[in-house]
Design a protein around this ligand. Structure first.
Ligand SMILES: C[S@@+](CC[C@H](N)C(=O)[O-])C[C@H]1O[C@@H](n2cnc3c(N)ncnc32)[C@H](O)[C@@H]1O
Length: 284
């Protein structure tokens, strides 16, 4: 094959880009505009290499023939952006410790001794483990209370990473040293350079795959707090509206919704009161 042939084969045509864009949108509602074309090309290119598929055209043809194949889920994994870090957007953690947790322990967020939180686009787990550290610290003074964090994401790859709970030691730079020592074990020998979340903390957190647009969510009880950060940014306004309305059905009255600080519910119809930037509360 000469250079120009291989370039032609490895070019994502308009037709194939449109096909991938629609496929991804229909399943995940991630809105890939024209500006994402190069990124999609590069990420699908990785799938071509992983599957040994000779061209974008062949890859798309295989997906057209079998849209519910495993490869479709690998494609979603490849396309979704999973950037996250410990204690990201610290204002949320301050509000959690100063407002949400005291309200819960004084019985103002439902008459229950168990606090339930859902981190609904948890990526590789840094977000829920950071929340877990805040809760573990706070509830030392309130041993009569129990808590759990349910976590979900559409990507099975990030969920596997999150439940393994092993991180590069450099990732702990965002964690206060005394908390890092208390809640992580340092790896030794072949695990040198890595750390693992201590099992006592990890056991309070459950991970499962949930697509935010599946017909119904599996929850039997409601949450006092839903954390849905830095995922809505990939959705169009109509989809954001649909999502935050759906999430509100899974909150107790007075329950909170945290969204990313780069996101906003301004200009969309929703049932929440605005408390602070990126913090919303369902009326009691
Ligand atoms: C940028 S990460 C955000 C991680 C974390 N919430 C934070 O703020 O640091 C966005 C995550 O949303 C997930 N995601 C994208 N579309 C989704 C969908 N339709 N349902 C569930 N998760 C989705 C991606 O897989 C990705 O892990």
């Amino acid at each position: 094959m000469n250079g120009s042939q291989s370039t032609a084969l490895l070019r994502l045509s308009d037709k194939d880009y449109e096909f991938i864009r629609k496929l991804i949108y229909n399943e995940t509602r991630i809105n890939l505009g024209e500006g994402k074309r190069e990124l999609v090309s590069a990420r699908v290119g990785k799938r071509l290499r992983a599957t040994g598929c000779p061209s974008y055209e062949d890859y798309c043809e295989a997906l057209r023939k079998n849209p519910s194949s495993n490869e479709f889920y690998n494609l979603i994994d490849a396309i979704s952006t999973n950037h996250t870090f410990f204690f990201r957007e610290i204002n949320h953690f301050n509000f959690l410790e100063q407002v949400v947790l005291p309200q819960f322990s004084s019985g103002k967020l439902g008459n229950t001794s168990k606090l339930n939180i859902w981190s609904c686009a948890c990526s590789t787990g840094e977000e829920p483990y950071s929340v877990a550290i805040s809760l573990a610290e706070y509830f030392q003074k309130f041993p009569q209370h129990d808590w759990q964090i349910d976590c979900s994401d559409i990507s099975t790859r990030v969920l596997k990473f999150a439940s393994d709970a092993v991180y590069d030691i450099d990732k702990l730079k965002q964690v206060k040293p005394e908390l890092a020592r208390k809640y992580f074990q340092k790896g030794e020998r072949q695990m040198e350079g890595y750390c693992r979340v201590r099992p006592e903390l990890a056991k309070k957190i459950a991970f499962r795959r949930i697509n935010l647009f599946e017909a119904s969510f599996p929850w039997k009880s409601k949450f006092q707090l839903i954390i849905c950060r830095n995922v809505m940014i990939y959705f169009d306004r109509k989809t954001q509206e649909e999502l935050v309305t759906r999430l509100s059905k899974h909150l107790v009255p007075g329950g909170y919704l945290f969204i990313g600080h780069a996101e906003s519910l301004a200009g969309i119809t929703h049932p929440y009161n605005t408390i602070k930037p990126a913090i919303y509360q369902l009326p009691e």
